[in-house]
Design a protein around this ligand. Structure first.
Ligand SMILES: [Zn+2]
Length: 199
């Protein structure tokens, strides 16, 4: 019984993610990206649920928008692949918005193969989700949340660069469990607004 209770407390609630529309991405690429994100998060026992599959959840809902950096109103570093809007605006208190720059994603790809594009897209989404879930712009010294990942690794068939460092994993677990009411401490994020940029 105690074991069962402990397991319940340690299991992260599902993370609902909604992918915005894009005419530039084929259904195959989007599906490959979803698979990649789910696989990366599964390694750390974070379940991801997509679009309408999402049941009401305590985790923040993450909305991913696809844009071109060249025409995006917020200027970012030249190599930024996306950004996570860490707004504390409470108009949509349980929703966080991520942006992926499709023009810059193209620069990562060694070929026009949809599988490579889907993998790289999924990894960029996974990285920005990490910022949203940690509610932090800060990068880590290893894993998915590193500031710099060599260009060709983003689409590489193996996933060895794409895992959560222990510290990131613990931080996300803690935040999700706080949201789910497993702890009495309150979430603190300083109430500040920021933009996390993925170099
Ligand atoms: Zn980043």
């Amino acid at each position: 019984m105690l074991q069962a209770l402990l397991l319940t407390a340690l299991t992260a609630p599902p993370i609902p993610v909604i992918l915005g529309p894009s005419t530039a991405l084929s259904p195959f690429v989007l599906e490959s990206a979803r698979k990649e994100v789910s696989a990366i998060y599964r390694q750390s026992a974070f379940p991801v649920v997509w679009n309408e599959e999402a049941e009401p959840s305590f985790a923040p809902r993450l909305v991913v928008l696809f844009r071109e950096a060249a025409s995006f109103p917020i200027k970012t570093e030249r190599q930024a692949l996306g950004l996570a809007l860490l707004s504390h605006d409470d108009e949509l208190p349980n929703t966080r918005v991520l942006v992926v720059f499709l023009d810059r994603l193209e620069n990562l790809l060694p070929c026009s193969c949809p599988l490579a594009r889907g993998r790289a897209l999924g990894r960029v989404i996974a990285h920005e989700m990490g910022h949203s879930l940690k509610y932090a712009e800060r990068h880590s010294s290893d894993g998915l949340m590193r500031a710099h990942i060599p260009r060709l690794r983003w689409s590489a068939p193996n996933r060895r660069d794409f895992y959560f460092a222990q510290e990131d994993e613990a931080q996300i677990h803690e935040r999700l469990r706080l949201k789910a009411g497993f702890s009495v401490s309150s979430e603190t994020n300083g109430g500040r607004e920021g933009v996390a940029v993925t170099p």
